[in-house]
Ligand binder design. Structure first.
Ligand code: NAD
Ligand code: 0WE
Length: 257
């Protein structure tokens, strides 16, 4: 029996083939799930449609996570097409580029607002909209993606570190609220991976080299390794796990010097 067979899942955060969310989508499909994928703008719609075409009977829908209306419309579409939902993967994050280039102390009120809205509040809004659909299935699993920049300073990660700290706390508060409905909420803290979200960052190759030199496993991680951990957290094998941040980073978080 495949770990997610007969389950319906929503995956938010696929931009291209290197997206961590796309690796999770492929692994979830291989584990037997039927999936809905979203795109945030017309610019990315074609990308998502092309990738989704390789899946079995996917649902494609728009969702800019900064829009309450688009989240509400998405919930309606999923209710109509799937009749409920078993899991949600939240892989959306964004901070205006200037906030990742200038010193953190220069972060504007507007960049702070956008980073926390898109990268953090969106987990609350999306999860709330999906609760009634998950209740129809007798429970569900919500998963988001975070980074160690939430509690250590990484040069230039800046306001994204603040957004991820708030995101990890959000995981715990949501887990507390939704546990009585058998809805679990967890995060994976992934090691650095060269994706679109990483491509705007100068010196990313040097960051990867630090993992190769110093992580206990002496290497960096790839998206398929994050996806394997995601299948655990989305499926019944993790039925007693909630409010957790699972480190999938070749052990990098464990070392001091
Ligand atoms: P990615 O660029 O492929 O994914 C980020 C996604 O966020 C994109 O699909 C983008 O369209 C989406 N997004 C941005 N604004 C949005 C909006 N308003 N509405 C809906 N979607 C929006 O990069 P990724 O590295 O796969 O990132 C996925 C998640 O993993 C992010 O939360 C990121 O912070 C996290 N993460 C990444 C790394 C890494 O090194 N790449 C490490 C740890 C955690
Ligand atoms: O969460 C992230 C990156 C998120 C991200 C990336 C961008 C680049 C383009 C959010 N917003 C934007 N906005 C843009 O305009 N990661 C975990 C990847 C990442 O980013 C870093 C890292 C790592 C790792 C930035 C500095 C240092 C390390």
């Amino acid at each position: 029996m495949s770990m997610l067979s007969g389950k319906h899942g929503l995956i938010v955060g696929v931009a291209n083939k290197r997206s961590i969310s796309w690796a999770i989508a492929q692994a979830a499909a291989a584990a037997g799930a039927r999936l809905a994928l979203t795109y945030p703008s017309e610019r990315l719609e074609e990308n998502v449609r092309e990738l989704a075409a390789t899946l079995d009977n996917p649902l494609i829908a728009p969702c800019d996570v900064a829009s309450d209306q688009q989240i509400a419309d998405l919930a309606m579409t999923l209710d109509r097409e799937f009749g409920g939902l078993d899991f949600l993967v939240h892989g959306a994050s964004f901070a205006p580029a200037d906030a990742l280039h200038n010193p953190f102390v220069e972060t504007s009120r507007e960049s702070f607002r956008i980073a926390l809205d898109v990268s953090t509040y969106s987990l609350v809004g999306l999860t709330r909209a999906m609760v009634p659909l998950m209740e129809k299935r007798g429970g569900g699993s919500v998963l988001t993606l975070t980074y160690l920049g939430s509690d250590r300073v990484f040069p230039n990660y800046n306001v994204m570190g603040v957004a991820k700290a708030a995101l990890e706390s959000t995981v715990r508060y949501l887990a507390s609220d939704l546990g009585p409905k058998s809805i679990r909420v967890n995060a994976i803290s992934a090691g650095a991976i060269k994706t679109l979200a990483a491509s705007g960052i100068g010196g990313f190759s040097a960051i990867l080299q630090v993992y190769r030199d110093r992580a206990p496993l002496r290497r960096s991680v790839d998206a398929s390794e994050v996806a394997d951990a995601a299948i655990f957290l989305l499926g019944p094998a993790s039925r007693a796990v909630t409010g957790e941040v699972l480190m999938v980073d070749a052990g990098f978080h464990a070392i001091g010097l």
